[in-house]
Design a protein around this ligand. Sequence first.
Ligand code: WT7
Length: 657
Amino acid sequence: MSAEDDNTLHPVPARLLNTAECPEPFVKSYEQYKEMHRQSLENPNEFFGKMATEILSWSKPFTTVQHGGLLHGDTAWFLDGQLNASYNCVDRHAIANPDKIAIIYEADEPNQSENITYGELLRQVCQVAGVLRAHGIRKGDTVAIYMPMIPEAVVAILACARIGALHSVVFAGFSAEALRDRVQDAACRLILTSDQGKRGGKTVETKRIVDDALKSCPSVESVIVCQRTGADVPMTPGRDYWWNEEVIKRMTYLSPEPMNSEDPLFLLYTSGSTGTPKGVLHTTAGYLLGAAATVKYVFDYHPGDIFACMADVGWITGHSYIVYGPLTLGATTVLFESIPTYPTPARYWELIAKHKITQFYTAPTAIRALRRLGDQWVEGHDLSSLRVLGTVGEPINPEAWHWYNDKVGKGRCAIVDTYWQTETGSHIVTPLPGAIATKPGSATVPFFGIELAILDPVTGKELIGNDVTGVLAVKRSWPSLARTVYGNHQRYMETYLKPYPGYYFTGDGASRDNDGYIWIRGRVDDVINVSGHRLSTAEIESALIMHHSVAETAVIGAADDVTGQCIHAFVCLKPGVSHHSTDLSKELVVQVRKVIGPFAAPKKIYLVEDLPKTRSGKLMRRILRKIVADESDSLGDISTLADPSVVEALIAKVANA
Ligand code: WT7
């Protein structure tokens, strides 16, 4: 527990437990949660075996619930079982309830929303699966998806799953170079994309970015281009095909490929502490179960609910909580193409009122930004349909939590601060709406099957009991844990499983307070979290160093009121380079936007003579972090610096910036 933590317990709102007002929660008390959590650890075979049979449909039942584990990196769940993710997300609901709405597409312009039923979704998924097959894609191939937030993006994902092709969705905010690296790493054979994108009234040149990326991606044989705006975009004959023209040639039913539980479902690239992004690989059954079970328990999803996750499908949050989790349960899921402030900062609240949303999931950065713009935007909208409000991506500060709870939830909704990662596949520390009293800023308690440990970072010893702080780890495997890093199992082992043998290492610091509640303290590695987007210092540094004037750089995360963290870059120029500092700073920002994407742009760039390094040449980012945080009076031990005098110059530089 830290002195700054808000230790007030907020009980479960009475309304949620009143069955005259709300559906009865799946977990109704702390005791019931405790008991279920205990069972999930003491008897995982029975607990998860039952859950997997209830939540998923199998074409061949599994015989063994789990095998392997963290020590050897050979986690496997639901062995011998066969199923298909698209069957689970689409067919079974289309058969039972073809007219139920699967996707509410809320387009960038508010008056252009569209509903897609399960019946229609099945036809579209089958047709696109047929297109993939016609272009030679087979089970085990990898397909890239670089698309805006349109229903076809969801269709593309499910079409891959239907034929057993791995999808690798690349967030459409990534640059051509970032897209190229990801396409090359997985040797993708086909890309699904669109002519353009629309976001916040602006047009994004999606297809042009793909064309740029593909200049050096020899593995790509076909590009399927969906029309979002109808713009006239260049098409390369023999490689590029219009989506519409391709799908009409295909049958509206194509049977799903039976997949083994442990067959890969998708790759998703994420940043780690070293330079190149990792293709995190998730497999079919365990991932699907994790995504669906958390929609059920963490969002307390009941039939008839309207589920809305504001993330982009290009991130894991979109994969698990726009696509796989809600659709596995046969829910209606909202696909939001715009931004919270377009056309006005009332967009979210209009969206909730218009579609009678019951679960609403967004990031603290969005809440902070909206809170700043004033209460008038949220007032006067009918938000009475809401039951559960979720947050994800970074710790939520108490001010933002209270605003979300009071102004949006009107004190009558559960707030679930869900902690998880691309690698965990689904929530691992989180409250349950009807069972767990919350504390603003705490992700509270472990989900079913998660055996948490807080470790002493140096000795690796488990810190037992309450009131401890260390690094957060998990002591045994769970169904939706990523199984490997694409093409590099050694890197998987080294990043997650070898740092503390027998544990999965999250990379986050955490405390367990006097009530046993978990508080996430942020990354302990060189990963920066900007608006819930994960970036590595090394990745940004290597983008900067590609600029011809740059000799050396050091990138750090600094605190930011809206985005949580923001990027500050210290740059040393090559000797003899003359420059105009504002122009050069602009060029460097452009450089990062080009190599990674706009969301990775540094907020501040300091052109400096020297960086703080140890005698052995190791960069001491800690010192830069302290200087930027205005904590130069507590720099700690600087005696290992090769030249302690650089510190004074850096302090002066930052103060005058
Ligand atoms: C990192 C994972 C998982 C979806 C979004 C990000 C941070 C995530 C929380 C939370 C505090 C959080 C962690 C984690 N994080 N959720 N509720 N409270 N921190 O996925 O890009 O894989 O990033 O996001 O630092 O390690 P990701």
